[in-house]
Every structure is written in structure tokens, then in C-alpha cells.
Design a protein around this ligand. Structure first.
Ligand code: GLN
Length: 186
């Protein structure tokens, strides 16, 4: 199994460390030709979704990536990565738009932009969650299902082979969300 990590901007290296801890092979997508390498799943990291979206479009990565995901390539988006996957974005623009979720960007305001908590993640149990200028999911529709909530807000969802969370599991020592994704890829 080989996982591609989008490495245009943001916290991509930390995802590589999680995959190393789980013994999963991985490489970075930095340009269009990297998409031609064979891979079984892709991770979209946290960072700044407007910058990442612009880079994806400028580098002509947006459309091929969107097609792969629409054709069933397993994908895991964290924070800005979640925003890239959302069909509808409040306070931003939809980029890949493959997931039936409506997200609100920078949803917790400046003061509460960054915080940590521990909540239940469906199928895993209690996990630590680190939020950094995080979005939340205002609504899921279609076949998208809620996997985790905190403070009455949806912070993780899954739709088929698409997994998205508003927090950063790669910034904790807990590898279970990444393991969950690898199980989806298998
Ligand atoms: N606020 C960022 C955005 O809108 C997301 C923050 C993050 O990825 N940690 O893209």
C-alpha cells in the first residue's frame, strides 16, 4: 500500500511521520507528474485552504485529483484538507468539492481558534483532538455520515472512501485516525 501526501503547503511532513509509525509507504505530491506515480490513497494536509486551492489550480493538479477522488481513490483531508473536499464553503470557495458537506471556515473566531479536547470518534473511541484556526462541518448531506462532534459541532465525517476532520490527528501521538484511514484504503 502506498499513500500520496499533498505537499504544496502546510503540515504535510507530520502526516508522513504518522504513516512511518504505522509502517505505511508514502511519497509527496509536489507537481503534476507526481500524480502519475501509482498510489492507493491520498492525504490532504492542514494549512491554508485558499493558498492550497490556488496552488492546486495554478499547478493544474485540481482537476486530475478531483477526478481520481470522484472515481473512488481513498482520501483523508485534515482541516484545510477538509475545506478542499467540501462541496460548499462558508467564508471561502469550494475547490475539489467531492464531499457532500458544508463547512464554515475559521469557524471558532480568533480567540478560540486553537484548542484541544478529547471526544469520541465513531469506530475508534475517545481520541485527542487539536484544533488550529479550524473549520467545522455545518451540515452533512447525501451519503456523508458524521463521525465526531465537539461542542455540538460536527468535526469529522466520512462519505464512502472520503474521510475528513477539522482537527489535526497528525499533531498528536495518537495514530488511530490514520490507522482508520489505512483500513479504508485496504
Ligand atoms: N484556517 C485554515 C483555512 O481556512 C485552516 C487551518 C488549518 O488547516 N489548521 O484554510
Amino acid at each position: 500500500m502506498k499513500i500520496a501526501i499533498l505537499a504544496l503547503q502546510g503540515a504535510f511532513a507530520e502526516h508522513g511521520q504518522m504513516l512511518d509509525a504505522l509502517g505505511a509507504e508514502h511519497f509527496e505530491i509536489r507537481q503534476k507528474k507526481d500524480l502519475e506515480r501509482g498510489f492507493d490513497g491520498v492525504i490532504l494536509p492542514g494549512g491554508e485552504s485558499t493558498v492550497m486551492g490556488r496552488l492546486l489550480r495554478d499547478m493544474e493538479l485540481c482537476e486530475p485529483l478531483r477526478r481520481k477522488i470522484a472515481d473512488g481513490m481513498p482520501v483523508f483531508g485534515t482541516c484545510a484538507g477538509l475545506i478542499l473536499l467540501a462541496k460548499s464553503v462558508e467564508g471561502g470557495i469550494s475547490c475539489l468539492g467531492t464531499m457532500d458537506i458544508r463547512v464554515k471556515r475559521n469557524a471558532y473566531g480568533r480567540q478560540l481558534g486553537s484548542f484541544s479536547t478529547e471526544q469520541t470518534f465513531k469506530g475508534i473511541g475517545k481520541i485527542p483532538m487539536t484544533f488550529i484556526r479550524a473549520p467545522y462541518i455545518a451540515e452533512v448531506s447525501g451519503s456523508a455520515e458524521v463521525l465526531a462532534e465537539t461542542g455540538g459541532k460536527i468535526v469529522a465525517a466520512r462519505q464512502g472512501r472520503q474521510l475528513a476532520c477539522a482537527f489535526h490527528p497528525e499533531l498528536t501521538k495518537d495514530v488511530r485516525v490514520h490507522q482508520y484511514f489505512l483500513d479504508m484504503v485496504k
